[in-house]
Ligand binder design. Structure first.
Ligand code: ADP
Ligand code: MG
Ligand code: ZN
Length: 495
């Protein structure tokens, strides 16, 4: 079995290293398309969302979507890119049926953002990939090929929707790094609210450029490009296969067969295949888009957008660890989803126990969201109320187990925890003097097991705890019951 097939790092124990640069396409969330007033929306009747501009009819004129430009600038600011004060659009000519104009409006020499850097984690260690640029263009429509028939259709609803492209320097070295880089891009886009990043719907897709060279070399070797990957897993798998393929060629003296070409990843067969070579490479005949004047930004306008940036995931992660004392793991889990992290913070505002609140958010709450198939904004439990439930558990007023039932009831009814705990009869008895009395009764009634516990047979203590639970209809605090039994029997401490 090859290293790639085993899902391991294909570079492990070879003389070679990989060099990877990603071109990530992000569909921006805007109400209308990039250059016309058609709605930018997914999942409507084919060609319902079209007009003369996005159909490419002669005489129609484009008009730039302000929101898309603002989103791109905000992304650039989040990654520390330079935002030049002048930006312009260019025509990129190629013919394909899903591109009715015969050219795509894109940006060549004057992108909205230049440079920048993405910091991300790989196995808990921070890595950095520099950015070349971030530019704005329009998406193409979709060709639909009817299976088994010589018939194709085109749906232009997506044609002309805003597409942002984030181009990295070839700074990534392993498939894992590439995957984690892309995960961080997604997180930041979601924090900024510029895209839904829905990968099944293709809102975030990636072209992977990859070459291989002797470990430690500094020159760049010939690269191949794997087009249109739309999941983290596929990015990592495709790169593993392609890197393994290139290394096999290098190790057998066939490196001349590594040529600059576009390849497609076939997940079913676990291989990449050549799609088109360099000799068929397009000549895009770029030229400045004559129908659009260059955009000139003022520094004040850019500062205004900077002021709208939220706290970004990595900064928040550090704050959760340092100020709230969370473990790196918990902080990371919470920060991943902005809505979850926001909710968590509001809970902590009303009950300042980040550890237990974090645990309850990550476990019980997330499970409840999953089983209901809703997002946190639809669960109907306000953070203050959720915090009350966690406090009730910490105070021993309800057991961990019953608290989950209470949470379900809270989501069903929208009522507060304390009320439901009482009404459901799941109040946990943590009253010392009351429990002491029950434990004394149990000890008196079961001399045999008591003797066993005295002699160090720890199993018998569970029996006694069980008796306490029975006499209290399951409401005794089991941890308290156990320590009271130990105390009153004077049993040797548990090993
Ligand atoms: P193009 O515009 O033809 O796609 P670019 O030079 O702009 O080519 O590069 C596109 C992407 O390819 C960038 O992300 C860049 O980092 C990456 N790249 C360029 N050269 C290499 C190489 N030799 N190995 C791996 N990645 C590369
Ligand atoms: Mg490319
Ligand atoms: Zn239109």
């Amino acid at each position: 079995m090859s290293a790639a097939a085993a899902g391991r790092d294909p570079l492990e124990s070879t003389r070679f290293e990989a060099v990877i640069g990603l071109e990530v396409h992000v569909q921006l969330l805007t109400r209308t398309k990039m250059f016309c007033r058609c709605e930018a929306r997914f999942g409507t009747e084919a060609n319902a969302l079209t007009c003369p501009v996005c159909l490419g009819l002669p005489g129609s004129l484009p008009c730039i979507n302000r929101r898309a430009v603002e989103s791109t600038v905000r992304v650039g600011l989040a990654f520390g890119s330079e935002i030049p004060l002048l930006t312009k659009f260019d025509r990129k000519s190629y013919f394909y049926p899903d591109l009715p104009k015969g050219y795509q409006i894109s940006q060549k020499d004057d992108p909205i953002c230049k440079g920048g850097r993405v910091e991300f984690f790989v196995d808990g260690e921070i890595r950095v990939a520099r950015l070349v640029r971030i530019h704005l263009e329009e998406d193409a429509g979709k060709n639909i090929h009817v299976e088994g028939r010589p018939e194709s259709w085109v749906d232009l609803n997506r044609a002309g929707t805003p597409l942002m492209e984030v181009v990295s320097e070839p700074d990534l070295r392993t498939p894992r790094e590439a995957g984690d880089y892309m995960r961080m891009l997604r997180q930041v886009m979601l924090y900024l609210g510029v895209s839904d990043c829905n990968m099944e719907e293709g809102s975030l897709r990636c072209d992977c450029n990859v070459s291989t060279r002797l470990r430690g070399a500094s020159h760049l070797e010939t690269r191949t490009e794997i087009k249109n990957l739309n999941s983290f897993l596929n990015v990592e798998k495709a790169l593993e296969h392609e890197i393994a393929r290139q290394i096999r060629l290098r190790e057998t003296g066939r490196e001349a067969e590594i040529v600059q070409e576009t390849r497609l990843y076939d997940p079913d067969r676990g291989e990449t295949r050549s799609m088109r070579g360099k000799e068929e490479a397009h000549d895009y005949r770029y030229f400045p888009e004559p129908d659009l004047a260059p955009l000139v930004f003022s520094p004040e306008w850019i500062d205004g957008l900077r002021a709208t940036l939220p706290e970004l995931p990595l900064v928040r992660l550090g704050r959760f660890q340092e100020d709230l004392g969370l473990s790196a793991y918990h902080a990371d889990q919470l920060v991943r989803d902005k809505e979850i992290a926001d909710y968590f913070e509001r809970c902590v505002e009303s009950y300042r126990q980040p550890q237990s609140v974090g645990n309850w958010v990550l476990n019980a709450l997330r499970e409840e969201l999953r089983s209901r198939g809703v997002g946190i904004e639809d669960i109907g439990v306000a953070p203050e109320r959720f915090a009350e439930l966690v406090r009730a558990v910490d105070d021993g007023a309800v057991s961990t187990q019953k608290a989950r039932d209470v949470l379900r009831a809270m989501a069903d009814s929208g009522r507060p925890a304390a009320e439901l705990i009482r009404e459901m009869g799941v109040e946990q008895i943590s009253d010392d003097s009351f429990l002491r009395g029950v434990v004394q009764d149990v000890i008196a009634a079961h001399p045999g097991p008591v003797e066993d516990v005295r002699r160090g047979k720890r199993n018998s203590i569970n029996f006694l705890v069980g008796q306490v639970m029975r006499r209290t209809k399951g409401q005794a605090n089991p941890a308290m019951a156990m320590s009271l039994i130990d105390e009153l029997i004077g049993s040797p401490p548990a090993e």
